[in-house]
Design a protein around this ligand. Structure first.
Ligand code: FES
Length: 121
């Protein structure tokens, strides 16, 4: 039974096949985008807004990871983030975190499990 507070993101297969997905959402009354990706077999989602100047991580390139694939990377000025925690690893914003978004998986479908989140089509 799917709780009506859950908002469908994608199937698990879609996420496995994509490098990352973008969903346009309203979170805490702000229109933003969300990045969703799998890292070491686990799905993560964050508000797509760098700590540095609030730009989307993919604003300059169609990518959210650095060349090693170990860190999220903002394409604006290259700040990097731990994909598991969203914590910034670059000196200016060290320790600040991307806003994480809870995901829930039910029957191979991923849902946002955040109260103050709505999907924007
Ligand atoms: S806006 Fe992301 S590194 Fe500057």
């Amino acid at each position: 039974m799917v709780n009506d507070k859950l908002k469908q993101v994608c199937t698990c297969r879609e996420l496995q096949e994509a490098r990352f997905l973008i969903r346009h959402i309203r979170f805490k009354n702000q229109p933003v985008s969300a990045i969703i990706f799998a890292f070491e077999g686990i799905a993560y989602a964050y508000v797509n807004q760098c700590m540095h100047m609030r730009r989307p991580l993919n604003c300059e390139q169609d990518a959210i990871f650095d060349q090693t694939g170990k860190y999220l990377r903002c394409s604006m000025h290259g700040f990097i983030f731990d994909p598991k925690t969203g914590e910034c690893q670059s000196p200016v914003c060290f320790g600040q975190r991307l806003q994480s978004l809870r995901l829930e998986e039910i029957d191979d479908i991923l849902y946002f499990a955040e109260k103050h989140l709505a999907l924007i089509d």
